[in-house]
Ligand binder design. Structure first.
Ligand code: ADP
Ligand code: MG
Length: 399
């Protein structure tokens, strides 16, 4: 689960990290009121969406010369007019895709006098099983580009969980950022604060880009992107409250209600599978047969009728879906029960696209018989390869 920049900053401030003064705003009036509480004379109006690259982003419906999603302005009045222009508009950045994201909230922040921008992030490095810092002197820009053109400017420092964050880690991070004296001390302290915040909140990602050095020699967290491990959220009800459902895919939210693991993809063949590994294999074999999966969907071990029905509805809600491939292994659940579930669900949702079903496991013959006797246009398949060929052919035929 991801949170907004202002939420991440408020959270990091609790751990002592230095941030600029600022307030969230949902209307132009709130933006004006927020600006009046800031010292001025420079204010920044920042779009709050769950995507980076806002500064260089473009608003739909505004000319190419209009300012982006992060605007530095010089008066309270300008804060208000810019807020009015930005709120409710769709912002397109290199991270949102062409569809962009609607800006529903802003963060009004005191302008910082920037001398230099740095990059600092924390993530879970699964290869070594440690929390790692990734830092670079090249802040403010796309870190992917730095990685591609000047990889030697990116440094990784991982923390042994047995020792935790040690003073030498802080010094190493400061040195990688080429900081000395008091700035090095500040960097080490901020690194320690961010590490504690990351670990305490079960974060999965914390990206500060940029961490800035001001003209008066202070380091500030100027942008913050934070994501959390969904499996650990039950331990953090306060963070769960920060969830912004308007940032998430409506069908993915619906799927989570039924405990279905669903991720929407770009293809036209809907997949319903039990088990994540089998789901991956199913997606692979669809691609091998020259088509694209419309989704990843794992109905889990206990594929009950309720779950299968909910899964059908979610798949069919996607207008791109032109056929469905059900690939279920009856281990925990018997194939005949699954077949009954599929038939009942197909009737209930008035299935209008071709459906290929591959069942395997306990009572598979009985399951196939139930599908055949249903009178529904369900195509049975014998194995994974056969199933993929059949659904791809059915979709091509219908097109
Ligand atoms: P994004 O990464 O989504 O574009 P940022 O928060 O990093 O958004 O803002 C983009 C740029 O805008 C920063 O690199 C920085 O140069 C400038 N900026 C952001 N916040 C402030 C601020 N409070 N004061 C001055 N400049 C800012
Ligand atoms: Mg940024």
């Amino acid at each position: 689960m991801n949170i907004h920049e202002y939420q991440a900053k408020q959270l990091l401030a609790k751990f002592g990290a230095p941030i600029s003064a600022g307030f969230p705003a949902f209307t132009a009036e709130e933006a004006e009121a927020a600006a009046k509480q800031l010292p001025g004379p420079v204010y920044v109006v920042k779009s709050q969406i769950h995507a980076g690259g806002r500064g260089k982003g473009r608003f739909n419906g505004l000319g190419a010369d209009a300012k982006g999603g992060v605007r530095v302005v010089k008066s309270v009045e300008e804060v208000k007019t810019n807020a009015a222009e930005m709120l409710g508009r769709v912002l397109v950045t290199h991270q949102t895709g062409d569809a962009g994201k609607q800006v529903n909230r802003l963060y009004i922040e005191a302008g910082a006098p920037i001398a230099k921008e740095y990059y600092l992030s924390l993530l879970v490095d699964r290869a070594v099983g440690r929390i790692a810092f990734v830092v670079s002197t090249e802040g403010g820009m796309d870190i992917e580009e730095v990685a591609e053109h000047t990889p030697e400017k990116i440094h990784t420092i991982s923390i042994d969980p047995a020792s935790g964050f040690m003073p030498h880690h802080g010094r190493g991070i400061a040195a990688a950022l080429k900081l000395e004296g008091d700035l090095a001390k500040q960097a080490a302290k901020i690194a320690q604060q961010l590490y504690t915040a990351f670990k305490t909140t079960d974060a999965a990602l914390l990206e500060v880009n940029p961490l800035v050095e001001t003209t008066d020699g202070k380091l500030i967290v100027l942008d913050a992107k934070m994501g959390f491990d969904g499996n650990a959220l039950f331990r953090h009800p306060d963070i769960m409250e920060l969830r912004d459902l308007s940032e998430e895919d409506a069908m993915e939210i619906e799927a989570s209600k039924y405990d279905l693991a669903y991720v929407k993809l770009d293809g036209n063949i809907g997949c319903m599978v039990n088990g994540a590994g089998l789901a991956m294999a199913t997606m692979d074999i669809i691609k091998l047969n020259g088509a694209e999966p419309a989704n990843f969907l794992d109905v889990g071990g206990g594929a009950t009728k309720e779950k299968v029905t909910a899964a059908f509805k979610i798949i069919l809600n996607d207008p791109a879906v032109e056929g469905i491939l059900v690939n279920i292994f009856g281990g925990i659940m018997r194939c005949d029960i699954i077949a009954e579930g599929i038939v009942a669900a197909a009737r209930e949702v008035n299935l209008s696209v071709p459906l290929v079903v591959r069942l395997e496991g306990t009572n598979v013959e009985l399951g196939k018989q139930i599908l055949a006797d249903s009178g529904l246009p369900i195509v049975s398949a014998d194995n994974l390869g056969d199933a993929a060929k059949k659904i791809v052919a059915q979709v091509k035929k219908a097109a």
